[in-house]
Each structure stands twice: as C-alpha cells, then as structure tokens.
Design a protein around this ligand. Structure first.
Ligand code: AMP
Ligand code: GLY
Length: 422
C-alpha cells in the first residue's frame, strides 16, 4: 500500500517511521517531509496546507491512505475534500477540526455535553473584554478563538498584562482573524496530562497517556513553546483516575462527536489539567500531539497502518490493539532563540552516534543541503529512547542528546522530572 503523510515535523517523522514497520506499507510519501523522513520514503515539495495539490498528488500516485499530521489542513477541510473525491484519509472533517480550530466552539461543545472544564466567558469586542479585566482579578487566562500556531494562550499575572494581551490580540490582531473573538478562562492549577485517542466514529482506543513540557527552560521557566520533551507513562495516572477520565471526559466527548455528526476517523487529543477537584479539559486538539507522538508511537505494539486503516473503515474493533508496558522519553533539541527568532542552516553532527547509543532521533526542523543535515526550524530533533523503566529511558535519551550538536543548540535537562522525583 502507498501512504501519504501530510506535514514535516517530529510528529510526522514518527508517524512515517511507525508506518514503515508495517508489512502492509510499501511506499511512504511525505509532503513536505524533512531530512529524517527522506530516509524512509519520498519527500514531495507540496505544502501541507495546499489541499488541492495534495489531492492531485494522491490521485496521480494512487495513494491508498493519507494521514494528516498538523491541524491547519484539517481545519481548512482536507478531509472533506478527499472524502468527496472518494479517497481514504485519516482525520476528522472541518466540523470536527473545530474542536481545535475554535476555542469558543470547543468550550460550547464541552458545556453542551457536560464535559468537565474550567469556567469561561466569550468576548467579541475589546471594550467588553477590557471591562471584564477591570472587574476580575489575576491570573487571567486569555485565549484567541482561532488557530495561532500554539501561541494564542496568554496567562497574565497582572491587570496591566491582561489589558496588553487584549490589545495585542483583538486590536493589533497579532494572530489575524484568530483574535476576532477571545475567551477568558478560569485559571486551573494542577498537573497537566495529554491523553490521545483514536476514534473511528463508533469505537476508540487510547495511546499511552503522556506528559509534555511546554516551557522553554528547566523548572518550567521561560516562555511557552510547542513542547520541549515528553514522557510516558505518567505515574500520577492510576487506574481509578483513568476510569474517571474515560467516563466523564473521553466517552462524553466521543458521543458528542457522534451527536454533532462529525465525519471521518481521527485523533482526539485531550489536554487535561488534573486539579484537586478532578480532571478538567484545558483544550482539545484534532491531531496527534508533538512531541507526545514521539513517545506514544514507539510504545504502541500494534501495526499503526492497521490502526489507521481500520479506523477509516469504522472497524477499530477488529484490531488487536496493544500498548507496551515499557517507558519512553523524548528530549527536544532546539535552535538557540526558540520560541523567539533563531538562525537556520546550522550543520548538525552526532545523529548516527546517538542512534548507536540506542536512541531514535526524530527530525523536526531539519533539511538536507548538499548532503549535509542542517537546521531549518525552532524545534530541530526529538531524541527518544525506550527502556523498561522511565529512569533508564530518560538516561538513555540524554546520552543521545549529549552526542548531538549544532551551533546554538539547547535542550531542557529535566524532562520527566515530575515522575522521576517520585
Ligand atoms: P493550550 O494551547 O490551550 O494547551 O495552552 C497552552 C498552555 O497554557 C497549557 O498547556 C497550560 O499550561 C496553559 N493553560 C491553558 N489553559 C489554562 C487554564 N485554564 N489554566 C491554567 N493554565 C492554562
Ligand atoms: N504538545 C502539544 C501539542 O501538540 O499541542
């Protein structure tokens, strides 16, 4: 079978790597892919957001299954288009993608289907939002309604900061029309958890719950990023808490998806806060997490192609789905300056040495230039290791990180600290 992976980050490299292990898959295409994916298949220079060009490519090359990595093509309706043309694609239609594409829609969905989440208020003009700040007290959680490349959540510790946030998002339009509406959300405290489910319209299966590290620097300091590392499993999640999350959050969400007549088979990513009052949904995503995918797919024992293919047939129940009991840690190596501005084109050394040390090195922002692998993004590599215990997996991942270098590189040294401290 021929598979097309849409996207070119660490998540997509991991998806392509896992698919490459399937006996059903003979050809992998990635659009646009990266230097790591180029070792597994053919990278085609089609933009991940150009759904018409992707459709043409899939038709011309008789692709059997398209798997969409990032959210933007889902929100803009790639699944609707492929389905209309009778092509098999894994992902939700544009209505389903609103779970991520509109924070207002997602919050109203949670309210409608009684899914535990923090309190919220929606504003569609800046005067009303500014008045609410004067009447409220910090910390304020202010979110742009639409997609903002992971930067649309602002946690403000003072009234002045909150005023500035409203001005930047709603008046100065830092995120364009994504900031036409805002949400103010109750500030929730606790431990964060990423739970990722594959849903086929009837049944669902859970990947191993994991934890991301959003802040740039050790000790959860510095600005929010796309994610600086992840690990799984997460020891705070015991059986009774997992059952509570299944019943109150996952199953209510999936039955809401059915009631809303959302089409397609896809991923529901539950960004949760485990508060003292119980688990609460912080956000939904309609795709695999990044870097969470780098730890949960190595832990998946089942053939990923079978999972995704059968999900598009609404036939997940036929798949013998199994997760490993081992642990996995992924440490991201980023370009100096990320998540702010950074330089590109730095030559990367030591990847083969990290692999010899037992790591899987997933490429995020890399490209091939005259036979050399160079940096081309903020998050550059995800150095990942699996082992029987989390301590061993984490030590092994760092042994790999220590062999890799490029000018200006940095990574967090404390990935998995919450679990390892216990
Ligand atoms: P999101 O993009 O919605 O995942 O938000 C980015 C990060 O902001 C989350 O991972 C949390 O760390 C934080 N965050 C989002 N919403 C809240 C909230 N209501 N209370 C506290 N922290 C939040
Ligand atoms: N790692 C967070 C996300 O994928 O949204």
């Amino acid at each position: 079978m021929k598979v097309l992976v849409v996207g070119g980050g660490g998540r997509e490299h991991t998806i392509a790597w896992k698919l490459s292990k399937s006996p059903h898959v003979d050809t992998i295409y990635a659009a646009p892919g990266n230097a790591g994916i180029a070792g597994l298949g053919e990278c085609v220079s089609v933009d991940a957001e150009d759904k018409k060009a992707l459709l043409e490519f899939a038709q011309e090359n008789e692709v059997d299954l398209t798997v969409v990595g990032p959210e933007a093509p889902l929100v803009s309706g790639i699944v609707d288009l492929f389905r209309e043309e009778g092509l098999r694609i894994f992902g939700f239609d544009s209505k389903g993608a609103l779970l991520e594409g509109s924070k207002v829609w997602a919050k109203q969905f949670m309210e409608k289907y009684d899914i535990p989440t923090g309190g919220f208020a929606v504003f569609d003009n800046h005067c009303a939002a500014q008045n609410a700040i004067e009447a409220g007290k910090p910390p304020f959680v202010i979110k742009a309604d639409g997609l903002a490349a992971g930067k649309g959540v602002l946690i403000c510790q003072t009234i002045e900061e909150a005023r500035g946030a409203v001005e930047t998002v709603m008046q100065k339009k830092q995120f364009g029309p994504a900031g036409d509406r805002l949400i103010f959300e109750e500030f929730l405290e606790g431990t964060e958890l990423s739970v990722i489910a594959v849903f086929d319209g009837k049944d669902y299966r859970l990947l191993v719950p994991s934890q991301d590290h959003k802040r740039a620097f050790d000790g959860d300091k510095g600005p929010n990023t796309g994610g600086m590392g992840a690990y799984a499993p997460v020891p705070v999640l015991d059986h009774s808490l997992e059952e509570k999350i299944r019943i109150e959050i996952i199953e209510r969400t999936l039955s809401g998806i059915q009631s809303e007549k959302i089409k397609g088979a896809g991923v529901v990513y539950f960004g949760l806060m485990l508060t003292s009052a119980g688990p609460r949904v912080l956000e939904y995503n309609c795709r695999f997490g990044d870097p969470e995918t780098q730890v949960i797919l190595p832990l998946l024992k089942t053939d990923l192609f079978e999972v995704l293919f059968e999900a598009t047939e609404s036939n997940l129940e036929s798949v013998d789905f199994e997760n490993s009991n081992e642990a996995c840690t992924c440490v991201v190596i980023a370009s100096g300056g990320y998540p702010g501005s950074y330089e590109k084109g730095k030559e990367i050394t030591g990847i083969a040495e990290a692999e010899e040390a037992g790591c899987m090195v997933f490429h995020a922002g890399t490209k091939l230039e005259n036979g050399r692998t160079v940096t081309s993004g903020g998050r550059v590599l995800g150095v990942t290791a699996m082992a029987p215990t989390l301590r061993e997996a984490t030590d092994k991942a760092y042994a790999g990180v220590d062999r890799i270098s490029f000018e200006g590189c940095f990574s967090r040294r404390d990935i998995a600290w919450r679990a390892l401290e216990k």
